[in-house]
Write a protein that binds this ligand. Structure first.
Ligand code: TMP
Length: 212
């Protein structure tokens, strides 16, 4: 059996990743693909338990390094127990956030820097990485408006100051610039349908060439 394809969706708060992951799953399943949608932090029982430590509580609950360690502990469990088995079974895996989020949030947002995140990734994941990464880009104020109107109890990161969210957006754009083979930036301003069409325009040819 051919190994599946590992696709990650990335972006700041309110960029629409979760909605778009579901739409993408539907569009690919209609075309006969087997699709697994998962998310980080989380995606396996152990990693979901770590998620609740990260997304609730006071904004200053953890420093950048502690967050990065928690995130990579969760990621290790998620990769070993959910992502690799799905890929080995031939599924397309769509993951809502992955290591680029740690680079953007902890590396750039919390000023941990690129190197510790690269080193942790090498220790924890070796050379395992996404085949394709779509970065959903939206102006900070618009994204935060969307995120706050969504509500819920996972608002720890939305509570960071606006400068943090600007570092995040610039961080994601820098990540894309450094790795243009893997990363594509998608304009996330517009209706859900418009953004879904932009994503599919990038992903469908990749999937066709992969299976072709
Ligand atoms: P979500 O809102 O996309 O579900 O993600 C939960 C929060 O976790 C979000 O505010 C971003 C944060 N996060 C990090 O700070 N670093 C990471 O590596 C990941 C995966 C998420």
């Amino acid at each position: 059996m051919t190994r599946g394809l590992f696709i990650t969706l990335e972006g700041g708060e309110g960029s629409g990743k979760s909605t778009q992951a579901k739409r993408l799953q539907a569009a690919l399943e209609v075309r006969g693909q087997t699709v697994t949608v998962t998310r980080e932090p989380g995606g396996s029982p152990g990693a979901e338990a770590i998620r609740s430590l990260l997304v609730t509580g006071a904004a200053d609950r953890w420093d950048g390094m502690t967050e990065a360690l928690l995130l990579f502990a969760a990621r290790r469990d998620h990769v070993e127990r959910t992502i690799k088995p799905a890929l080995d079974a031939g599924s397309i895996v769509i993951c809502d956030r992955f290591t680029d989020s740690t680079m953007a949030y902890q590396g750039y947002g919390h000023d941990l820097g690129r190197e510790p995140v690269e080193q942790l990734s090498a220790i924890v994941l070796g050379d395992f990485r996404p085949d394709l990464t779509l970065i959903l880009d939206i102006p900070v104020e618009e994204g935060l408006k969307r995120a706050v109107s969504r509500g819920g109890d996972e608002l720890r990161y939305e509570d960071m100051d606006v400068a943090f969210h600007h570092r995040l957006r610039d961080g994601f754009l820098d990540i894309a610039k450094r790795d243009p083979e893997r990363c594509r930036v998608i304009d996330s301003v517009g209706t859900e349908e418009e953004v879904a069409a932009r994503l599919q325009a990038v992903i469908l040819p990749v999937i066709e060439s992969f299976h072709g």
